[in-house]
Write a protein that binds this ligand. Sequence first.
Ligand code: NAP
Length: 280
Amino acid sequence: MILLDGNKSSKARLEKLKEKVSAAEKKSGKKPGLAVIRIGEDPASKIYVGKKVKTCSEIGFYSQELHHSEKISESELLKIIQSLNQNPKIHGILTQLPLPKHISEAAVIEAISPEKDVDGFHPINLGRLVAQQNGFVPCTPLGIMNLLVDNKIEIKGKRAVVIGRSRIVGRPISLLLDHAGATVTVVHSQTQNPNEMISSADILVVAVGKPHFVKADQIKKGAVVIDVGINRLADGKIVGDVDFESAKDKVSAITPVPGGVGPMTICTLLENTWKSFERT
Ligand code: NAP
């Protein structure tokens, strides 16, 4: 069984990126810049943004954390985004979700210039993904594809099943697997007889957000399993959507939680920001 180690893969990728950043800075005096907007006091958002900013500094990126009270109005937030769109030191902009209810998530995402939308959530970038044009692809799904590539997992001709169809994970990963030559089935909360599909998967991606949602008896022997879920149990332990302990002896490859998809997401955010920097 191959453990799809996101810590190892992201470390190797970030080391390469660090070298490129240092070389670019020596040559031009410029470096990639990421602005992360955080609204309110959501504890998970604080942790995620903290990790993003820390990784930026380790790799040599310029970064700005813009933290505002949840009382900020939508128009004030849009003005901040407009000024970041114009800022030549900033190549990537993201607003940590969720936002307070009085602010439209769609308006905020659409205010970010598609050329700085390193989260890949802007409709223009989602359209580019569907059209297989060069744009920014959401970080978690692209990170999953990179993890598969780094571990030389064959995708072409395989039967892939994605459980979940969110805009952030399920839908884009189903498109990416399709583009890579897999035959993809998407399972969601309305799917009838999901087990028939799940048990046929050569590659199974689970992005539901329910602890141990998939058990070993549902998985095809030798399948490659990608567990996107991050669930905190009552005792504080973090577990995925797949029952790792029972699944690990049946699969050919599987991501651990934590240490699988999570580190790839941050790594891809920096790779996307580098891509934006390189274009300038
Ligand atoms: P989400 O927006 O809540 O979407 C969950 C999806 O699961 C929906 O499409 C839903 O179907 C489907 N679903 C719910 N119950 C189901 C059932 N009984 N059978 C089949 N499908 C079912 O969640 P998300 O944002 O995609 O996140 C999923 C998980 O990944 C969460 O644990 C999240 O924390 C984690 N995550 C991890 C990372 C990372 O970096 N590792 C990044 C993002 C998210 P419907 O569409 O029909 O409602």
